[in-house]
Write a protein that binds this ligand. Structure first.
Ligand SMILES: NC(=O)c1ccc[n+]([C@@H]2O[C@H](COP(=O)([O-])OP(=O)(O)OC[C@H]3O[C@@H](n4cnc5c(N)ncnc54)[C@H](O)[C@@H]3O)[C@@H](O)[C@H]2O)c1
Length: 236
C-alpha cells in the first residue's frame, strides 16, 4: 500500500500490535510517530523502524497527549492517520465480584479516555484538511464479553460505540473512523490453539495488516465499521 506523504501516530507502539502496525505503515512510506508509556521500549522500537520518531507519554494524560500531537505536527506538519492502539488488559484479571473500582478506573482512563484524548487532539486538523484515518483497537471482549475481564470488556465495547458514533459525525468530511477487534494475538502462533477454529493465535502482523488497510486510501468507503481479527473464534 502507498502511504507516501502521510503522517501517522501509533499509540502503544513499543511492542505488539502497535509496533507491527507502525512498522508496516513506515515500510509503505508513512512518516510515523511512535507513542508509548515505555520509553526504553520505544527506543528499541525506533531502532527497528528507520526514520520513526518517538514520544514517551501516558495516553491517559490529556496534556501529554496534546503535547504528543503538537510534536507530531511540528515534525510532520499534520497528522493524517491515528492508530489508537495503546490499551491495558493483562492487569487485575478476576471476577467482577472481587474487583476494585481503582482497577476499573485505570482501564477506563487508558482504554477509553486515552482513545478519546488522542482523537480529540488530531480531529480538528483532519477535518480542516478533509483527510483523516482513525483506527481504534477494540477487542472481541467488547463484542462477546470475556469472563474475569468485565471492566476490560466494558472499555472495549465503549471504544466500539465511540467509533460508530464519531464515524457518523464526521462522515462526508474526508475522515473515516473504524475499529479493529483482535481475538487472541500473540508472537507465538502455537499459543491458545483452542481459541479459534484456525487452531492458533494470530500474529501481530496479521492484525497489523488489517489496521494498515483501514488506515489506507484503499478503505475510502469504509467507516464506522468493526473488523474482527480472530481466526474464526471458538471461545467467547
Ligand atoms: N493481543 C491480543 O490478543 C489482543 C486482543 C484483543 C485486543 N487487543 C488490543 O490491542 C491493543 C494492543 O494489544 P497488544 O497485545 O499489542 O498489547 P501489549 O500489551 O503487547 O502492548 C501494548 C503497548 O501499549 C503500551 N501502553 C500501555 N498503557 C499505556 C499508556 N497508558 N500510555 C501509553 N502506552 C501504553 C504498552 O507499554 C505496550 O507497549 C490493545 O488495545 C489491546 O487491548 C489485543
Amino acid at each position: 500500500m502507498n502511504f507516501s506523504g502521510k503522517c501517522a501516530i501509533v499509540t502503544g507502539a513499543a511492542r505488539g500490535i502497535g509496533y507491527a502496525a507502525a512498522r508496516l505503515l513506515a515500510e509503505d512510506g508513512a512518516r510515523v510517530l511512535l507513542v508509548d508509556l515505555n520509553a526504553e521500549g520505544l527506543e528499541t522500537a525506533r531502532q527497528g523502524i528507520p526514520g520513526a520518531r518517538v514520544f514517551a507519554c501516558d495516553v491517559a494524560d490529556e496534556d501529554a497527549v496534546n503535547r504528543a500531537v503538537q510534536y507530531a505536527v511540528e515534525k510532520c506538519g499534520k497528522v493524517d492517520i491515528l492508530i489508537n492502539n495503546a490499551g491495558i488488559y493483562r492487569c487485575d484479571v478476576g471476577l467482577f465480584e472481587t474487583s476494585s473500582s481503582a482497577a476499573w478506573k485505570k482501564k477506563i482512563d487508558v482504554n477509553i479516555l486515552g482513545t478519546m484524548y488522542f482523537t480529540r487532539a488530531v480531529l480538528d486538523g483532519m477535518l480542516s484538511r478533509s483527510y483523516g484515518r482513525i483506527v481504534n483497537l477494540s477487542s472481541v471482549a467488547g463484542i462477546y464479553g470475556i469472563v474475569k475481564m468485565t471492566d476490560y470488556s466494558m472499555t472495549k465495547a465503549a471504544v466500539l460505540g465511540f467509533t460508530k458514533a464519531l464515524a457518523k459525525e464526521v462522515t462526508g468530511r474526508g475522515v473515516t473512523v473504524n475499529a479493529v477487534s483482535p481475538g487472541s494475538i500473540d508472537d507465538d502462533p502455537a499459543r491458545m490453539p483452542n481459541h479459534s477454529f484456525m487452531g492458533r493465535a494470530g500474529s501481530f502482523e496479521e492484525c497489523a495488516r488489517v489496521i494498515r488497510f483501514l488506515a489506507s486510501d484503499e478503505a475510502s468507503y469504509v467507516s464506522g465499521q468493526n473488523y474482527v481479527v480472530d481466526g474464526c473464534r471458538k471461545l467467547m
